[in-house]
Design a protein around this ligand. Structure first.
Ligand code: CO8
Length: 372
């Protein structure tokens, strides 16, 4: 059975960037207003005054300098702290589908493909705009692709899990080529009022074309192997779901947005990812030292440095483990694909690894060889 290829990638970046300075100024204004409006209760010791955020902390703790978002004003408005997204009629293309179509068109062009060459669409992302119809089917329809589409969610790891499903479909002959898309509007499931996480996420969409060598018309990357793993953890969780309405829960709804135990995640996920990648490479008779580039999930700079150090037994250069989270922040499933899209320029025969990790816990790796 021949290996599947990645022959094209695409990236849609929203038009608005928020710097750490802008973010912290708006957050701290919100905190000042909150503390002022709770001054009596704070004075009586009934509630604690809330602490301000800081640009220095954000950059030191995460490496993030800015993030792109679909709406800036709503997020930075201290009275709102949430993106403002106009509802669209069912007959209109949804916002996430629009982002996906933009990224997909780039990926198709890079692969030298038209809609007629694609047999399936996989939408792999950490949140969907609705329960059904599947977003992938909306994108399939917008692009004029025959065949099938389905959505899947493995949080930050969705893209590598999606690539494996696409590669399997190509290898078993059920599709000539598959479009795998990762639309992420993280800004809408992030609590921008929470100092612990308000700086972490951004919005973006990536797209990847996976196809059979028989149909490929451009030199791409051969998928030497994929490896997926999950281990249950409550340390990254979002309880929003269709049962919320039936639960009649009122009061604190904080758990209906992203919540995490960041320190625990850091400590538990880094070794898991390093071991996962090393064992995947080992199963392909490869060593970490023979890998030219690691396109790692982009959640935290220190995390990526630690994972690369564990693998290489020395510090990795930015050429070996490219960083895009300084500009994009954590874009969930799209992060490792942005790094691959922007820094995929390997020479023929060179090896690279895409790896994503996050909620679940989940970790996925895709080992690639650049074609000559
Ligand atoms: N400004 C100033 N000080 C702050 C701030 C702030 N904004 N936030 C916290 N502090 C304070 C804390 O209160 C604490 O003070 P003290 O020591 O007095 O208690 C101190 O700074 C240190 O706080 P932390 O221990 O929380 O800081 P860390 O050094 O651990 O850094 C991070 C926090 C950056 C969150 C770090 O732990 C991290 O990046 N961990 C890994 C997280 C990760 O990778 N998570 C993956 C989640 S993404 C995923 O799986 C997909 C989810 C789906 C997408 C969701 C979209 C919304």
């Amino acid at each position: 059975m021949q290996n599947a290829l990645i022959t094209g990638t695409g990236l849609y970046t929203p038009p608005h960037a928020i710097s750490n300075e802008e973010l912290v100024a708006s957050f701290n204004e919100y905190i000042r207003r909150w503390n002022a409006s709770h001054a009596d209760a704070i004075a009586k010791g009934e509630v604690e005054a809330r602490a301000e955020s800081s640009v220095e902390f954000i950059e030191k703790a995460s490496g993030i300098k800015q993030r792109y978002v679909v709406d800036k004003e709503g997020i930075l408005d201290p009275e709102r702290m949430c993106p403002r997204i106009a509802p669209r009629a069912n007959e209109e293309l949804s916002l996430m589908a629009e982002m996906a179509v933009a990224a997909a068109r780039q990926a198709l062009a890079a692969a030298g493909k038209t809609a007629a060459d694609i047999d399936g669409v996989i939408c792999a992302a950490s949140n969907m705009p609705r329960a059904y119809p599947a977003l992938s089917i909306e994108v399939q329809n917008a692009l004029g692709i025959a065949g099938w589409g389905f959505d899947m969610n493995v949080a930050c790891s969705s893209a590598t899990f999606g690539i494996e499903q696409a590669a399997n479909a190509v290898k078993n002959g059920s599709a000539r080529a598959v479009l795998m898309i990762n639309p992420e509007i993280c800004s809408a499931h992030l609590e921008w009022r929470d100092r612990d996480c308000h700086f972490i996420f951004g919005d973006v969409c990536t797209a990847v074309v996976i196809e059979s060598p028989a149909s490929a018309t451009v030199k791409g990357w051969e998928i030497l192997g994929t490896k997926l793993a999950t281990v249950f953890s409550n340390n990254i969780r979002n309880n929003a779901g269709f049962l919320n309405r039936a639960e009649d829960k009122t009061g604190d709804l904080r758990d209906k947005l992203f919540v995490q135990e960041g320190r625990k995640v850091f400590k538990e996920v880094c070794p898991m990812v390093a071991e996962h990648i090393a064992s995947h490479l080992g199963s392909l008779d490869l060593q970490p030292s023979s890998v030219k580039r690691f396109w790692l999930h982009q959640a935290n700079l220190s995390m990526n440095q630690l994972i690369a150090r564990r693998l290489l037994e020395r510090d990795a250069s930015v050429e070996e483990a490219p960083v895009i989270l300084d500009q994009y922040a954590n874009t969930s499933s799209a992060g490792s694909i942005i790094a691959f899209h922007l820094h995929g320029n390997l020479a023929a025969g060179e090896i690279g690894v895409i790896s994503s990790f996050g909620a679940g816990y989940s970790v996925g790796s895709v080992v690639l060889k650049k074609q000559g």
